[in-house]
Design a binder for this molecule. Structure first.
Ligand code: SAH
Length: 347
C-alpha cells in the first residue's frame, strides 16, 4: 500500500468507507494470525520516572503523585496469577526508573523464566544497550518501546532527551532486534502537532522496522501534564489534524494490520478509555489480536497514571479476567494459549 492510499483512508470521514477498512483488516487478521486472541498480563512495576515527557502523567516533574515500586516478590506473584488465569505471557512495564537496575531486572526475569512458562516482554523505557543485553541473556523475549511519533521535531519537543543521551527510539528498536528481541513499537493517535502525513509516516515506519508488535492508542490529555494543560503551547494547531478518537484509532489499527499482516496488534486500554462501551471489542474486530489485562495489584494501580481514567483502575485481576472472557465471547474469538509470538506461535 502506498502513502497516498494510506492518506486517503486516514482522511476519510465517510462512515461506510471507514467500516469497509475495518472489515478488510479483520479479514487479513483472520487469514494471517487466526482467531486466537493472545493475552498478555500487564504488570506496572513502578511509576517512578526520570523523564519529562510532556504528555505523560507519571513524568518526573509531577509532584502530586505518590510513587510506588513493586517488590520482586510482588512481581513474581503477578506472574503466578497470570499462569493461574491461563495467560501465556507477561508484560513488565514501568517509568524509566533507575532503581530497576540491570541486576534487579535480570534477577526477576530469570525467576519468572525458571518458575513459569510465560513469555516475558519488557517495557522499561530507553535503557542502555548493556542493560537490555543482560535482560535478554536472562531470558526476556520481547521489548516494547513505542516510538510515539515518526515526526522527529515533534518527538523532540514532546519527549525531551535525558541527560546527554540522544533519544532515537527507532534506532534503539533496531538494536533491540539485533540483540535477539521481538520488538514492539507504535504511536499515539491525535497528538497535538500531529498531521495526517505524520500518521501515514508512523504506519510506514512500523512496516520499515518490521515490528513484531504494534501498539496504537489515542492520545489522552492529562491535566497534570504541560501538554494536557495547553495543547497549543508546543505546536501550532494543524488545520486538518487527526482526532484522538475511537474511529480514527480503529482506522490506524486497521491500516497497521493491512501493512503488517503478521504483527501482533493489541486492542489497547486507551481505546477502551475513549470508548468504554465497545472500544476494545471494536479493536478486536478491526485488526487486533492481542489484549493486555491489568495484573497490577489493585492497591497501587491508580498510581500508574500515565493518563486519566484508565478503564481498569478499580478492577481486581479476577474481575478484569471476567471482563476479558465476556469480551472474547462477544467477539466470537478464542483465547490463545502459549507464548503467542509473532505469526501466532502456539495457537
Ligand atoms: N516508560 C515506558 C512506558 C511508558 S507508558 C516507555 O517510555 O516506553 C506506555 C505508553 O503509554 C507510552 O509509550 C505512550 O505511548 C502511552 N502514553 C503515555 N502517556 C499517554 C497519554 N497521555 N495518552 C495516551 N497514551 C499515553
Amino acid at each position: 500500500m502506498q502513502r497516498e492510499e494510506i492518506l486517503r483512508w486516514l482522511r476519510t470521514d465517510d462512515p461506510a468507507r471507514q467500516a469497509d477498512g475495518w472489515r478488510r483488516a479483520d479479514e487479513v487478521r483472520r487469514a494471517h494470525v487466526g482467531d486466537a486472541v493472545h493475552v498478555r498480563g500487564l504488570v506496572e512495576w513502578s511509576n517512578h520516572c526520570r523523564r519529562a515527557c510532556l504528555y505523560c502523567g507519571i513524568r518526573a516533574e509531577r509532584a502530586d503523585l505518590a510513587r510506588y515500586r513493586l517488590t520482586d516478590d510482588e512481581v513474581l506473584a503477578c506472574a503466578r496469577r497470570a499462569v493461574g488465569l491461563g495467560y501465556g505471557s507477561l508484560v513488565l512495564q514501568a517509568g524509566e526508573d533507575p532503581a530497576l537496575t540491570r541486576a534487579r531486572v535480570a534477577a526477576v526475569v530469570r525467576r519468572i523464566k525458571r518458575e513459569t512458562p510465560l513469555a516475558v516482554t519488557l517495557s522499561l523505557g530507553e535503557r542502555d544497550d548493556a542493560d537490555t543485553a543482560a535482560w535478554r541473556e536472562a531470558g526476556a523475549d520481547r521489548y516494547l518501546l513505542r516510538f510515539e511519533t515518526s515526526d522527529r521535531a515533534l518527538y523532540a519537543r514532546l519527549h525531551p532527551a535525558w541527560g546527554a543521551a540522544p533519544s532515537d527510539r527507532p534506532a534503539q528498536l533496531r538494536r533491540l532486534r539485533a540483540q535477539g528481541y521481538e520488538i514492539g513499537g507504535g504511536m499515539m493517535v491525535g497528538l497535538p502537532g500531529q498531521t495526517f502525513e505524520t500518521l501515514a509516516d508512523d504506519l510506514l515506519l512500523c512496516r520499515a522496522l518490521d515490528l513484531d508488535m504494534i501498539g496504537v492508542g489515542p492520545y489522552l490529555p492529562d491535566p497534570h501534564t504541560p501538554l494536557g494543560v495547553d495543547p497549543t503551547a508546543f505546536s501550532a494547531p494543524g488545520a486538518d489534524a487527526p482526532k484522538a478518537d475511537a474511529r480514527t484509532t480503529l482506522t490506524v489499527l486497521a491500516l497497521a494490520r493491512l501493512l503488517c499482516p503478521d504483527a501482533n496488534l493489541p486492542s489497547t486500554t486507551a481505546l477502551g478509555v475513549v470508548d468504554p462501551d465497545t472500544g476494545r471489542a471494536d479493536g478486536l474486530a478491526s485488526g487486533a489480536n492481542v489484549v493486555m489485562p491489568n495484573l497490577t495489584p489493585a492497591g497501587v494501580r491508580a498510581l500508574y497514571a500515565i493518563y486519566p481514567a484508565k478503564a481498569s483502575w478499580r478492577e481486581t485481576a479476577e474481575a478484569a479476567d471476567a471482563t476479558l472472557a465476556a469480551l472474547l465471547a462477544a467477539s466470537g474469538r478464542t483465547m490463545g494459549h502459549g507464548p503467542g509470538g509473532r505469526g501466532g506461535g502456539s495457537d
